[in-house]
Design a protein around this ligand. Structure first.
Ligand code: SF4
Length: 455
């Protein structure tokens, strides 16, 4: 909620107030892909004649953009819907609209179970959001189907700080990992064309973006659906030529879809951060097979070695799932030992969440909540030692840092190294007062503060 509040403050500044229009507040939850959906929806809401406001209490129309990926995110979304529903009783709110993944997945249930909800809008049905919040009339074909509109970015109201943004290059996923509900929610894999993405990237640079974070559900597959071959390296080369763009970061890559030209482009192109978000999910071959990851331990190890040999300074982020159905103590130990041995610079561990309409939900030998919790804690404890050790090794070294914001507590600055993605990774706290947000400078690391650095 705090993050959303910060974003909405910026949205309000970007949109001219218009007293005659409806006031709309959007509360966004979930991942960066949801954030881009929210930004595109805000663009449509504003284009429809409404005024975006910062505080939900001031809004006549409330839009909750939900996440429905796993149990925890569903719970957070439902809690937020109930919280906003209360504003229909004791604030200005006349209409409550629920959008996003949860809306796509449980449209009927939401309408039946929470009568305060006036409308449920499935993913990408932005035409509907325009007339529901604004003055435009409902169109005949305005139903709850998927559609892919490559031009939604044109009205997009970016909520991130001016100097960085998320660039979505495709949506949907064809991988069908057995635990994952995303393909059912977001549909099949759909790439945008290189030309369309480049137009948006140039616009970002024109507006002052220095760091582009490339997102999708499966970034490394970019292009296979529309060009018949992987085209991420070509896209990266094109983006790197844009004047003003200084850092390009790859998020959500699938290890199975890494390919030699991509590694070569990453290693020779200075603007591409030597950082990869590479979710491996597990390392035991039996579990990987049951997860439907279509990759083996051997291939994952080969890829990691290849990446580290090609780019000595590379920072690897991964995510793993513990407590997948049938995961034995031995298989979990194999994962734990692997994490300790490989020493990923960044790692997120998640407990397996049994999701409706996914094959793994029907697998036998579901692991108890208690065991899953213990395993996730063990992994995170091991990772904490790795991060602390890595951070200590940086003391006295020079690193490039992008400045994100002023530190309101100390009056100094807060930034990130090339090895830290916005929102998810560590921060660098600096004593300097003179550098503007978005500037990239070399600083000397003086100390470590847990997962963060002091320069
Ligand atoms: S690659 Fe697997 S985990 Fe990722 S979105 Fe696709 S199906 Fe889900």
């Amino acid at each position: 909620m705090n993050g959303t509040h910060k974003y909405l403050q910026q949205a309000e500044k970007k949109i001219k107030m218009n007293n005659k229009s409806k006031t709309v507040a959007l509360i966004n939850l979930g991942c960066t892909k949801n954030l881009v959906d929210a930004e595109e929806m805000l663009g449509r809401i504003a284009a429809g004649g409404s005024t975006i406001c910062q505080r939900p209490e001031d809004a006549e129309v409330l839009v909750v953009n939900t996440c429905g990926f796993i149990d925890d995110s569903k719970k957070e979304s439902i809690d937020m819907i109930f919280k906003m529903a209360k504003l229909k009783e004791n604030a200005r709110c006349k209409k409550l609209i629920v959008t996003g993944c949860l809306a796509q997945r449980y449209s009927a249930e939401l309408k039946n179970d929470i009568p305060e909800i006036d409308d449920v809008v499935g993913l990408k049905n932005f035409e509907k959001i325009t007339h529901l919040t604004g003055k435009l009339k409902k169109k005949k074909n305005d139903n709850n189907n998927f559609y892919h509109n490559n031009d939604d970015w044109r009205n997009r109201i970016r909520l991130t700080p001016k100097h960085y943004s998320y660039l979505r290059i495709s949506d949907g996923c064809d991988n069908r990992c057995t635990y994952c509900a995303i393909p059912g929610i977001r549909g099949t894999f759909m790439s945008r064309t290189v030309e369309n993405i480049m137009e948006e990237a140039r616009q970002m640079a024109f507006e002052g973006v220095k760091e582009i974070n490339i997102i999708s559900q499966d970034t490394t597959s970019y292009g296979v659906d529309i060009y018949g071959k992987q085209m991420l390296h070509v896209l990266l080369e094109n983006i790197a030529e844009i004047e003003g763009i200084q850092w390009i970061r790859l998020l959500y890559t699938h290890p199975r879809h890494f390919y030699p030209e991509l590694i070569k482009t990453m290693s020779v192109q200075d603007k591409i951060c030597k950082y990869v978000d590479l979710p491996i999910q597990h390392i035991n071959d039996t579990i990987l097979e049951k997860m439907g990851r279509k990759i083996t331990r051997k291939s994952i190890v080969t890829l990691i070695n290849n990446l580290r040999e090609s780019m000595h300074s590379i920072v690897l982020r991964t995510s793993v799932i513990v407590g997948f159905p049938g995961e034995t103590d031995e298989q979990f130990q194999e994962l734990l030992e692997f994490v300790k041995k490989i020493k990923f610079e960044r790692l997120g561990a998640f407990v397996y969440s049994k999701e409706e309409n996914t094959p793994a939900a029907n697998f036998s030998k579901q692991v108890s909540k208690k065991v899953k919790q213990r395993r996730v804690e063990e992994i995170m404890l091991a990772q904490r030692d790795i991060v602390l050790e890595n951070n200590k090794n940086l003391i006295g070294k020079k690193v490039s840092v992008i400045v994100d914001e002023k530190d309101t507590v100390t009056g100094g600055l807060i930034g990130r190294t090339y090895g830290d993605a916005p929102e998810v990774d560590g921060k660098v706290f600096m004593n300097d007062h003179q550098i503007n947000a978005g500037e990239i400078r070399e600083v000397v690391i003086a100390n470590v503060n847990g997962y963060d650095l002091v320069a």
